[in-house]
Ligand binder design. Structure first.
Ligand code: C2O
Length: 536
């Protein structure tokens, strides 16, 4: 195993899109940021130097961070942010992980432009469990706002209403020609006929789940969230923010230009962001200037297309890569996720109320000391351990909601013994309106054992759980007006964030944390913090 050294200079850079220019926060002046390459079991050292006016922190989304929570990155959860002019070395090992993940800023809305791919190759000499591709390509999907994204969210928080939706989606940094700027060129992927390409597709968008499609070509899905799946062919893939999907693309045409597109999936849109980013798959030797082969994207509310894709995902579950689904469960948890409203006398646009979000009616309040520090150094008064295991009030997925949509504020964590097993059912409540929530758990992979519409039934639904080859991932969509059941083993001591990866919902409070105690054996404790851990 090797040590890989990277340096991330966080700097402002002017960027022109949609025919207008604005300064954005970047890593090393790039949008998307640099791809980080490593192999399974390598150690990665990333020195992040903050040259901007904002506090910064970086998260390695999906990296397990076994016993190294100090390198996880969410501001005020595992570390205090890196202040302007300061730096911090993220030091972690990619134990037993290979595939595509992403890294992104984990503070404010800086993730909108501070993000990139993390490619973990198998150990040297170890083949993929699928036909070897001739070439690999990283495809980062994201969003673009004409205004400054910090201004967008600040204005929303002051008014109490939803922030503006983005002005474009991007594929490797480019929206492609759009009505607002028809002359703008899109990303081009040059290919040769008769080859196999591995596309490592990352959704780094703040608030949009995306459909992705290439005209005239089928895609073979081989991996999601850095875990191998049973390969299957599809025309359309669905990637939620924080998720990654690896597909094999066989260039089985002779020539031509084919449209590549990414468009929104949102089956109960409150604020509609019905945009499509386009790029071009360009067979070598083709002269025509625009793609002649276009594709029809699914509608924004194409729930069936989304469900069809999600239901096709199964763990590879081979001898080498078994699905280790916990069968005996210590903690049965039921969390409602959804939006609500709280009083806000100063919120004029919201008529005296503001939109909030919650889990089990708790709107999470960010502490000013990092939870992991408070835990490690026994600092009291930072959090409480009374996060409810079950919903405190009755709910209904149908959208009617309880009459009382108010939530309570708190910095509450749920405590787990080392190596205990958890079944967590997450239920969309539709307190304001039902909505799909891509929920991410830090520090673990989990298995999606069940998923359904309507209210979860604790007696009948578990009978249909897949405990054999459920897909394993780190970010999962709670379906609109439905539920999803996941299982994981709490084998990673530390404090681990769980939150909706739609950034607007995280901002509104759809987040909580698990506190996993140390075990008693060797190598079962959280390591001490590094010396350069930022101070608050
Ligand atoms: Cu990718 Cu806590 O986030």
């Amino acid at each position: 195993c090797r040590v890989r050294n990277y340096k991330f200079n966080v700097v402002f850079k002017n960027s022109t899109k949609l025919c207008s220019t604005k300064p954005i926060v970047t890593v090393n002046g790039k949008f998307p940021g640099p791809t980080l390459y490593a192999r399974e079991d390598d150690t990665v050292l990333v020195k992040v130097v903050n040259h901007v006016k904002y506090n910064v922190s970086v998260h390695w989304h999906g990296v397990r961070q076994l016993r190294t929570g100090w390198a996880d990155g969410p501001a005020y959860i595992t570390q205090c942010p890196i202040q302007p002019g300061q730096n911090y070395i993220y030091n972690f090992t990619l134990t037993g992980q290979r595939g595509t993940l992403l890294w992104h800023a984990h503070i404010l809305w800086l993730r909108s432009t501070v993000h990139g791919a993390l490619v973990i190759l198998p150990k040297r000499g170890v083949p993929y469990p699928f036909p070897a591709p001739q070439k690999e390509v990283v495809v980062v999907l994201a969003e673009w706002w004409k205004s400054d994204t910090e201004a967008v969210i600040n204005q929303a928080l002051q008014s109490g209403i939803a922030p503006n939706v983005s002005d474009a989606h991007t594929i490797n940094g480019h929206p492609g020609p759009v009505p607002a700027c028809p002359s703008q060129k899109g990303y081009t992927l040059p290919v040769e006929s008769g080859k196999t390409y591995l596309l490592r597709i990352v959704n780094a968008a703040l608030n949009e789940e995306l459909f992705f499609k290439i005209a005239g070509h089928k895609l073979t899905v081989v991996e999601v969230d850095a875990t191998y799946v049973k390969p299957f062919k599809t025309e359309t893939i669905l990637v939620a923010p924080g998720q990654t999907t690896n597909v094999l693309l066989t260039t089985d045409q002779n020539s031509g230009k084919y449209l590549v597109a990414a468009s929104t999936f949102m089956d109960s849109p409150i604020a509609v962001d019905n945009l499509t980013a386009t790029a071009t798959l360009h067979y070598s030797g083709t002269l025509s200037s625009t793609p002649t082969n276009v594709t029809k994207m699914p509608l924004i509310n194409a729930t069936q297309v989304a469900n069809g894709f999600i239901n096709s995902l199964k763990s590879l579950n081979s001898k080498k890569f078994p699905a280790t689904v916990p069968l005996k469960i210590d903690h049965h948890l039921l969390f409602t996720v959804g939006l609500g409203v709280n009083p806000c006398p100063t919120c004029k646009a919201g008529n005296g109320s503001r939109v909030v979000a919650s889990i089990n009616n708790v709107t999470f309040v960010m502490p000013t000391t990092a939870l992991l520090q408070a835990h490690f150094f026994n600092i009291s008064g930072v959090y409480t351990t009374d996060f409810p295991a079950n919903p405190p009030i009755t709910f209904n997925f149908s959208g009617a909601g309880p009459t009382n949509m108010q939530t309570t504020n708190g910095t509450k964590v749920y405590r787990l013994a080392y190596n205990s097993t958890v079944q967590l059912v997450m239920q969309d409540t539709g307190m304001i309106a039902p909505e799909n929530h891509p929920v991410h758990l830090h520090g673990f992979n989990f298995f999606q054992v069940g998923r359904g519409l309507g209210n979860y039934n604790a007696t009948t639904d578990p009978k249909n759980f897949n405990l054999v080859d459920p897909v394993e991932r780190n970010t999962i969509g709670v379906p609109t007006g439905g539920w999803v059941a996941i299982r994981f083993r709490a084998d990673n001591p530390g404090v681990w964030f769980l939150h909706c990866h739609l950034e607007v919902h995280t901002t509104w409070g759809l987040k909580m944390a698990f506190l996993v105690d140390n075990g008693k054996g060797p190598n079962q404790s959280l390591l001490p913090p590094p010396k350069d851990l930022p101070k608050c």
